[in-house]
Design a protein around this ligand. Structure first.
Ligand SMILES: [Zn+2]
Length: 287
């Protein structure tokens, strides 16, 4: 069952984490939180956080950060299996392996202003000090969804590397927050083969690719799903059936092996790169 779920549910990409950060700020920021670990594995961390005011939240790539009073930062990485749920009112009895439960201060909050959050199955759930937060940022590449992102840093890595572009863009130390869907689709939209060596991409090509990642990821934050097809390739424009897939959005090549390319009709190719499935159109992405 677990293997099946892995196949069906893509790993959360950066837009999901940015949405969670905004949501958590809305629910909890500016007030003290109660933290607990019903499962027990985060009991010490929860004890340090409980009673502290959550000042701000942020996402950096696929990393979620909650900054609390006392220079404490909660760091969460969902990984493959992590899930966050939240609700209004009195928290329910914990179900399953709840690593972290947060709620706002019930004694002062109105019933409809009481919120809780449960985190299950994350790869990382830990309390970091400011130097540890700095170290985390330092090992991540620029995040297209962040105003402070510096695409030059990524291009410095890409332009020196013979590694295939798809692998570079999936490497979180080169670009943070991009997963398989954004990378696959941005390369299609740029007409670039996923196997193109990084150093074969010129500066203008990188600027266009980066700009497109910013556009696609920003749209995904707004819509809560990844849509990458241009208006002329939407189902209603083309008179085709809409996509049916767990990730929900309309895409060009991601997980469409053998299906006709929306632009040229060529069957979409699938191949493997560093253990990940890649998808591309051998006509539109020829070089
Ligand atoms: Zn094509």
């Amino acid at each position: 069952m677990r293997a099946l779920l892995t196949t069906l549910a893509p790993v959360p990409e950066g837009h999901t984490i940015h949405r969670l950060a905004a949501r958590h700020a809305e629910l909890f920021a500016g007030r003290p939180v109660h933290a607990s670990s019903p499962q027990g594995r985060f009991a010490d961390g929860a004890a340090r956080l409980t009673g502290t005011v959550l000042h701000a939240t942020e996402a950096y790539g696929k990393h979620l950060l909650h900054h609390h009073a006392g220079e404490l930062t909660l760091h969460v990485h969902l990984g493959l299996y992590g899930k966050v749920t939240d609700g209004v009112g009195e928290p329910p009895e914990p179900v399953g392996q709840v690593r972290l439960r947060l709620s706002n201060d019930g004694s002062r909050a109105r019933p409809d202003d009481r919120h809780w959050l449960d985190l299950r199955g994350p790869t990382a759930c830990e309390v970091l000090t400011p130097p540890e937060v700095a170290a985390l940022r330092a090992r991540l590449g620029p995040d297209p969804l962040r105003a402070d992102a510096d695409p030059d840093r990524a291009y410095a890595r890409i332009s020196r590397s013979a590694t295939p572009l798809a692998a570079l863009l999936l490497d979180q130390s080169v670009v943070a927050g991009t997963g398989l869907i954004f990378v696959t689709e941005a390369l299609f939209r740029a007409g670039l083969p996923p196997t193109l060596p990084g150093k074969a991409l010129d500066r203008a090509g990188w600027d266009r690719l980066w700009g497109d990642l910013v556009t696609l990821m920003t749209l995904a934050v707004r819509q809560g799903r990844i849509d990458t097809v241009r208006d002329e390739h939407l189902p209603e424009t083309m008179g085709r059936a809409p996509r049916v897939d767990r990730h929900g959005g309309e895409v060009y090549v991601y997980r469409r092996p053998g299906a006709p390319c929306h632009v040229c009709g060529t069957a979409v190719s699938r191949g493997e790169l560093a253990g990940r499935n890649l998808y591309w159109c051998s006509t539109c992405q020829a070089r």
